[in-house]
Design a protein around this ligand. Structure first.
Ligand code: SF4
Length: 270
């Protein structure tokens, strides 16, 4: 984010408040004056996602449940992680900007994951699936994927190496059952909690709105294939800040039927 003098150098301050359940979330950020790519909003959306997860965690605490997820436990990082097109574009660019040696390591891991997914038939079934998948399809696919034991390409020594920019879905995944169950999701002993609004779904819906072929999610480990099929997709979605923000907030509000029309720089109640 730009510093305090940014206002005079082509940036604008964007400010709004969201009321989710009984919690007010204040959002303030500085964004470029001119047209932007949707990914420029990602830091705002990621911070919002963190706040929503904290709401869920606090509510669980009130009921005597505690989130057991800890740094160094990467069991869930072998699950199928769906990401949105905006996140896919951002991660592809992030990888491309890494030093050559690091890039080669990551590319090799993605290639390895892609080969395993191809060999198992999962890649093909995802390509042929009509999206969005229903809950039953997601469950079956999730178990089949987990059984392959493919670590996320960003996982090292059971730690996420892209923690500050990790996907929304990773931020939203919180478990209140004993951590040892996470290695056996098929046992049905994993108990999770959900943020009051799933921003991964909001962003999936929002990013899908500008696409000729509607889709909501991309499998993180199939990032390379997606990137090759959608070069510079973000450049086609460049729009002014007010327009993008309004669109995103409308998508956010649509996750709660009681929400009024959103308006950046005014209060938004959900
Ligand atoms: S991005 Fe990070 S948190 Fe998400 S699955 Fe990969 S290693 Fe785990």
């Amino acid at each position: 984010m730009p510093g305090p003098d940014a206002e005079s150098s082509g940036f604008r301050t964007v400010q709004f408040a969201l009321k989710v359940q009984d919690t007010r979330i204040d959002v303030k950020a500085q964004l470029p004056e001119g047209p932007i790519r949707p990914a420029v909003l990602l830091p705002i959306i990621q911070n919002l996602s963190n706040s929503l997860s904290e709401i869920a965690e606090r509510r669980a605490e009130l009921l005597g449940r505690h989130v057991s997820c800890r740094e160094g436990c990467g069991a869930c990082c072998r699950q199928a992680v769906p990401i949105t097109p905006v996140e896919a574009g951002m991660l592809s660019e992030w990888i491309a900007a890494q030093p050559e040696e690091r890039k080669a390591i990551l590319r090799a891991r993605f290639r390895h994951a892609a080969e395993r997914l191809e060999g198992s038939g999962i890649a093909q079934s995802i390509r042929e699936a009509s999206l969005p998948l229903d809950k039953g399809q997601i469950h079956v696919l999730g178990l089949k994927y987990f059984a392959l034991g493919i670590p996320c390409p960003f996982l090292e020594e059971e730690r996420c190496t892209i923690h500050p920019i990790r996907p929304l879905r990773c931020r939203e995944y919180m478990v209140v059952s004993a951590a040892e169950h996470c290695a056996h999701p098929e046992s049905k002993q994993v108990v999770g909690i959900k943020p009051p609004v799933l921003l991964s779904q909001v962003l999936g819906k929002w990013s899908a709105s500008g696409e000729a072929q509607p889709f909501e999610f991309i499998l993180l480990t199939m990032l390379d294939e997606w990137e090759a099929a959608h070069p510079a997709i973000e450049d086609r979605a460049i729009r002014g800040v007010p327009e993008l923000l309004h669109e995103f907030l409308h998508a956010f509000a649509s996750k709660n039927a009681a929400s009024p029309a959103p308006n950046p720089n005014e209060e938004l109640s959900l």
